[in-house]
Design a protein around this ligand. Structure first.
Ligand code: NAD
Length: 575
């Protein structure tokens, strides 16, 4: 019997040998597709104006019409790999969270071989895409922004409203404006990055070649922002990378329409591959692949930690060190000083805590109010909550829709029950999952600053208030800082400048996005680059140069115009 062949290679050597084999499968790079001489400049970006959808406005009429037509459709959503649509027949349904018997579509689930195919397709597409002049890549996303501004706006907004239960305004600021901004500002930031070049002189020219990463980027997106679903695959793609994109199962309709929009904008097949399906099965293949070059994730902290552990468990299997970028959970705070304006504070609690049903990573969910102003703040906040209408988002009088799915509904309902038993529910507290997953805006008061609802991410419309003695302002800031493992967003309300300064210092590391006399939600691209630290993520600030820098691997090039022709140095002439 022949002896088994025992490899004497180390793991990295084996990986390198396999790499040669896997690259043989792809064609050699074609010549750079330059064909242009001149320094091009992208159009200066401006933030997309938010439309009002007020009665009688043309945008309201257009959106209502698209909502009505989309509600009658049942879309068949394929996997899209290398530009080809694939239908497995293994289906899951897209339903309206606010009317969960209403089916909007069926999506085909990808399996393990599809992930392999998507990786091969991304590698094949990368051969050309990585060599395109960056301005041509930028043009694809600038065109996508323009399509979203015009012909695609109401389809993307309507799919976000019906599929994710956002109101017209919440859809507009997310799926239209924020995504348009990502696609306009990222090319501008890429240009700034590429402009950064080292010093040179008359004998040498130094250059930085901002190469894309070698391999594919795995983008995993959350349900709660269509703009994030659009940004996570496209930011690495803009920098010349190719992508395997796993969208959230609860936001498939808007994600699918984004793929179609990008195709119309001229994105070449295979640059972004759309692979919806079981997150664990898909991630197992993508994360174990030797050509994994990066992960672009937004979602919960637990899932991100698991992905990081999987990658870290065996680094020798990768050709390069994967870039791991993740924006994760939050337990965002508002801390008020006794000099705060109770009126502004109450509005910030209501808008910051309950818009999009509290399902924003930045949503205010713990509030600290001094005893001296609590009575007025409570009365004002409760009065607002009693006015807030919850229901079908196609009825524009509603301020809130439903939470995303049954799992979220059950989890949030359990927190509400916990508050009823262990704290004081001072507004809301009702849930109704019969036709839609509705949780009414709930305000909880507790005397215990360590109470569970002040510490854990609930991701629903539940805000917990701790009332503190005015004299304990400084101690309260320390409590705010230590109470949760997250550090995403936070706000201080105070008219006393000394108090603002003290809070800014004491809470310097407690939030990646810090607000003064403003609610902690609603960051705008180009204005408040977004991301948190500690358990809230790697803080790579989506929609900024800081994020784009993660998707390039710079090569330094030194060219000498008069190379030395004598090996000897002057010091050697010693007599
Ligand atoms: P989630 O973690 O459940 O899902 C996010 C993505 O990960 C989805 O695509 C999902 O299918 C996938 N996923 C789920 N389990 C997985 C697993 N075991 N392995 C690999 N992938 C897996 O999060 P969500 O419910 O979609 O979004 C809500 C969370 O996202 C909240 O924690 C919120 O704070 C966070 N979030 C953070 C930011 C930010 O910028 N920091 C922005 C939006 C949302």
């Amino acid at each position: 019997m022949a002896a088994p062949i025992v490899s004497d290679r180390s793991a990295p050597e084996r990986a390198a040998a396999e790499s040669l084999q896997s690259f043989e499968a792809t064609s050699p790079p074609s010549a750079p597709l330059a064909g242009f001489s001149g320094t091009r400049r992208v159009p200066p970006p401006v933030n997309e104006p938010v439309k009002s959808y007020a009665p009688g406005s043309p945008e309201k009429a257009a959106l209502k019409a698209r909502l009505a037509s989309m509600a009658k459709e049942r879309v068949d959503i394929p996997i899209i790999i290398g530009g080809k649509e694939i239908r497995t027949g293994d289906l899951a349904q897209v339903v309206m969270p606010h009317d969960h018997a209403h089916v909007l579509g069926d999506w085909h689930k990808a399996t393990t071989p599809h992930v392999q195919q998507a990786i091969v397709a991304s590698k094949a597409a990368g051969v050309e895409w990585a060599n395109w002049a960056w301005e041509d890549r930028a043009a694809v996303f600038l065109r996508a922004a323009e399509l979203l501004t015009t012909t695609w706006r109401q389809t993307i907004n309507a799919s976000t409203m019906l599929g994710q239960s956002k109101t017209a305004f919440q859809a507009e600021i997310d799926s239209a404006c924020e995504l348009i901004d990502f696609w306009r500002f990222n090319p501008f930031y890429a240009q700034q990055l590429y402009d950064e070049q080292p010093i040179s002189n008359n004998v040498m020219w130094n250059q930085l070649d901002y190469r894309p990463l070698e391999g594919f980027v795995y983008a995993v997106t959350p349900f709660n922002f269509t703009s994030i679903a659009g940004n996570l695959p496209t930011a690495p793609a803009l920098m010349g990378n190719t992508v395997v994109w796993k969208p959230a199962g609860t936001a498939i309709l808007s994600a699918y329409y984004l793929m179609k929009l990008l195709e119309e904008a001229g994105l070449p097949p295979g640059v972004i591959n759309f692979v919806p399906g079981d997150p664990v099965a898909i991630s197992n293949v993508a994360l174990a692949h030797r050509d994994l070059a990066g992960v672009h994730f937004t979602g919960s902290t637990g899932v991100f930690n698991k992905m990081w552990e999987t990658i870290g468990a065996d680094m020798s299997r990768y050709a390069s060190y994967p870039r791991i970028v993740g924006e994760t959970g939050g337990k965002d705070f508002i801390v008020a000083h006794s000099s705060a304006d109770p009126k502004a504070l109450a509005v910030a609690i209501a808008r910051g805590g309950f818009e999009y049903q509290g399902q924003k990573c930045s949503a205010a969910s713990r509030v600290y109010v001094p005893r001296s102003i609590w009575k007025e703040v409570r009365e004002r906040t409760v009065a607002i909550i009693e006015e807030l209408k919850v229901g079908d988002i196609t009825d524009f009088r509603n301020f809130m829709g439903a939470v995303i799915d049954k799992k979220a509904f059950t989890k949030i309902s359990e927190y509400v029950e916990h508050a009823k038993k262990n704290a004081k529910v001072i507004a809301g507290g009702t849930v109704d999952g019969k036709d839609g997953y509705f949780v009414h805006p709930t305000l909880v008061e507790t005397t215990d600053p360590g109470y569970r609802l002040l510490c854990e991410e609930i991701f629903g419309p539940v805000v917990t208030v701790h009332v503190y003695d005015d004299a304990k302002w400084t101690e309260t800031l320390a409590i705010v800082d230590r109470t949760s493992p997250y550090a995403l967003t936070g706000a201080v309300f105070a008219n006393d400048r000394g108090a603002v300064r003290e809070a800014m210092m004491a809470l310097r590391n407690a939030a990646g996005n810090f607000y003064v006399n403003d609610k902690p939600t609603g960051a705008v691209v180009g204005q408040q680059p977004f991301g948190g630290a500690r358990g809230s993520g790697t803080n790579d600030k989506a929609g900024s140069k800081l994020n784009l820098v993660r998707w390039v691997s710079a090569r330094s090039i030194k060219e000498t115009f008069s190379p030395p022709t004598d090996y000897r140095y002057p010091f050697m002439d010693e007599k």
